[in-house]
Every structure is written in structure tokens, then in C-alpha cells.
Ligand binder design. Structure first.
Ligand SMILES: [Zn+2]
Length: 300
């Protein structure tokens, strides 16, 4: 009898997974976060494939289909993926929607201007005046991830009350994990608050602000816009006089501009991944990010 019962349980397991809510996420780190919250219930899907830049992307039919079937959509917001706003309305208009950067309690940083980082750039005529805009890369602040985990788990419980307890337990575990991580990284980066570095794409501001390091300059702005040849030359001349220790790029970026800007300056290039592969747990992603940064600073 015991054996039959066990067999029935095995049969029941896939059925439960089929009843999991259809949750659609935008980018890899948000997919990873929701995957952790849904552990034991099901798996979310991810619209923007790992390795693609979210600032501009053309959806494939399978991704549009996932949106059409969605019960819940979790996305960073239009400041990161402006192009996604319309498909969300037309394809997943009936689904619940969480726009993470819209949460009033989230840490929000303004989009940085190149001039704030010590560069003399000609603004006002290039159509890239970011004044008042929020930097959309907010998942690199661990406090935002913890806030969002709590909000997402409550929304998951609304959409899928049968599994409410699982979502709550997963969210609490996530908060503990990330709280410990924050302390760990604070200690690791403490010796490097004065380290000089530049970034290819201004995507790491939330991490920098959380842990007390600050980029001297960036090349591609927070919204993905690229400077003209004159600005690149100005930046290159500036850095030639005062070279940075490290230059950080990301796996999603083409680093040829970065190499041009630091050529012959003895600056070390390192890759920091702000996105992950969509399944690596959030804490692992951020820990690796910090470790890769420290590895570059601490090279002799
Ligand atoms: Zn970006």
C-alpha cells in the first residue's frame, strides 16, 4: 500500500507544476530573482535572452506567446525597456503587472551626466539631456532586490493563493541571504573606496552607491546612448593625463570603444556581469560581480 501511495505522489507532482502561474520576467537578473521565489512551485519565463542588451531588443514569436499566456508580468520598467511597454499592453493586458522601478520605496538614482564624472562635454544639442530621468539599472542595489522579492512574493500569493506559504518562505530566505551578502561585500570593498575606474556603460551606479566606490567616467550613458567622436576624444585625452586603474565592461557589451579610450594608458580591463544567466541565484551574481571588481583593483 505504501508503494502505491508513493507512486501516486510521483504522478501528482507534474500536475501541480502545470498549475503553477504563468509568470513572465523581462531580464536575466529579474528572472533569477523570481525563479528563487517560485522554487517548489514552478518556473518563470524570460523575455530578453541572456546576452542581449535590454535597451533595444526585438521580441521573437515565442516571447510574444509567453506574454499572451501570462498571469503575472514582472519587469524593471519602461526606463530600461521602453519598447516593451506597448507589447505588455496589447499582449498581456489582462495579466497582473509589477513595474519594479515604480515602487516608491525603491532606491532610485538619477541618470548620470558625463559632466558629473569630471568630463567637459557639450550638452544641450545632442538630444541626450537626461535631467530628471531615473537610472533603470536598480537591481544592482541589493536593498532593491530584497524589497522587490517581498512585493513579488505577495503578488504571487494573490495570483496563486494555494502556494502563498511557499512564496513567503522563499522571500524570507532570499532577504536573509542578500542581507548577509551586503555585509560581506561592504567589507570586501572597504579598502577600495578611492580606487579609480571607468566603465564602458553607466550601468553599475546602484552597486557603486551601495558600496562606496565611484566611476571616474563612463562612455555609453545609462540609457544606452553612445557619445560622438569628439566626446570620445575628449575622454581619451582626459584619461591619458590621469589614467584609471581599471576599466570595466560587461559581457553584453562590445568593448572596442573602451579599448580605444584607454589605449596605451596601462589601465586593466575586466568584465563585470550585471545580468547573470537568468538562473544563477541573485546573491551569487552580485558576489561574483564584487569579486571580479576586487580582483582587478588588487592586481599588482
Ligand atoms: Zn543598461
Amino acid at each position: 500500500m505504501k508503494h502505491i501511495f508513493a507512486a501516486l505522489c510521483l504522478l501528482a507532482a507534474p500536475a501541480a507544476a502545470q498549475n503553477a502561474p504563468h509568470v513572465v520576467t523581462d531580464i536575466a537578473p529579474i528572472h533569477a530573482l523570481v525563479t528563487q521565489l517560485m522554487e517548489g512551485v514552478g518556473e518563470p519565463s524570460q523575455i530578453i535572452p541572456t546576452g542581449s542588451s535590454p535597451h533595444s531588443y526585438a521580441m521573437r514569436p515565442s516571447e510574444a506567446r509567453a506574454l499572451r499566456d501570462a498571469d503575472l508580468v514582472v519587469w524593471v520598467g519602461p526606463s530600461l525597456t521602453h519598447w516593451l511597454e506597448e507589447p505588455l499592453d496589447t499582449l498581456s493586458g489582462d495579466a497582473a503587472r509589477l513595474t519594479l522601478m515604480d515602487d516608491d520605496r525603491a532606491v532610485k538614482l538619477p541618470m548620470r551626466e558625463a559632466t558629473e564624472l569630471g568630463e567637459e562635454h557639450d550638452h544641450g544639442h545632442d538630444g541626450h539631456d537626461h535631467e530628471g530621468e531615473v537610472d533603470p539599472h536598480g537591481w544592482l542595489a541589493p536593498s532593491n532586490a530584497v524589497l522587490w522579492a517581498s512585493v513579488i512574493s505577495k503578488t504571487l500569493a494573490d495570483v496563486d493563493p494555494a502556494n502563498a506559504e511557499i512564496y513567503e518562505v522563499n522571500s524570507k530566505r532570499f532577504a536573509e541571504e542578500v542581507g548577509a551578502l551586503e555585509q560581506e561585500i561592504t567589507a570586501k570593498l572597504a579598502p577600495y573606496h578611492d580606487a579609480s575606474f571607468i566603465v564602458l556603460h553607466d550601468a553599475f551606479h546602484y552597486f557603486e552607491a551601495t558600496f562606496g566606490v565611484e566611476a571616474d567616467a563612463f562612455i555609453v550613458a545609462g540609457d544606452g546612448s553612445t557619445p560622438g567622436p569628439a566626446q570620445i576624444k575628449a575622454l581619451r585625452d582626459h584619461l591619458a593625463e590621469d589614467p584609471a586603474t581599471c576599466a570595466f565592461t560587461a559581457p553584453q557589451e562590445n568593448d572596442s570603444l573602451l579599448r580605444t579610450v584607454i589605449e596605451g594608458q596601462g589601465t586593466r580591463i575586466a568584465v563585470l556581469d550585471p545580468m547573470g544567466d537568468g538562473t544563477t541565484p541573485y546573491a551569487t551574481l552580485i558576489r561574483q560581480f564584487a569579486d571580479d571588481m576586487v580582483a582587478c583593483f588588487s592586481q599588482e
